[in-house]
Design a protein around this ligand. Structure first.
Ligand code: ZN
Length: 92
């Protein structure tokens, strides 16, 4: 069995859904990954083992208005940081 960080999929969903309103200066894969990493470092991980627990773990972040707003604001902050200085132009 493996463990899953439900927060990872929630952040990805929020990013995909609201990408258009984040005023990103670049939407390449590298920049989107950077946004996800920055946001995930600021959010608590929510690990689960059994996927049937997924809806209960997700609910406070996806069904609750306050939870959704909180994740949105963190993703928006992360988008702002990456948009200001995108890393994708640099040689890795
Ligand atoms: Zn980029």
């Amino acid at each position: 069995m493996s463990i899953h960080n439900i927060m990872e999929e929630i952040v990805l969903e929020v990013l995909v859904k609201y990408k258009g309103s984040l005023q990103l200066t670049c939407e390449c894969e590298r920049c989107l990954d950077d946004i996800r990493a920055i946001a995930l470092n600021k959010l608590p991980p929510r690990y689960i083992v059994q996927m049937e627990h997924r809806p209960y773990v997700r609910a406070p972040y996806t069904a609750d208005r306050q939870g959704v707003t909180n994740i949105m604001s963190i993703v928006t902050q992360a988008a702002g940081i990456v948009s200001k200085s995108p890393r994708c132009g640099e040689d890795a």
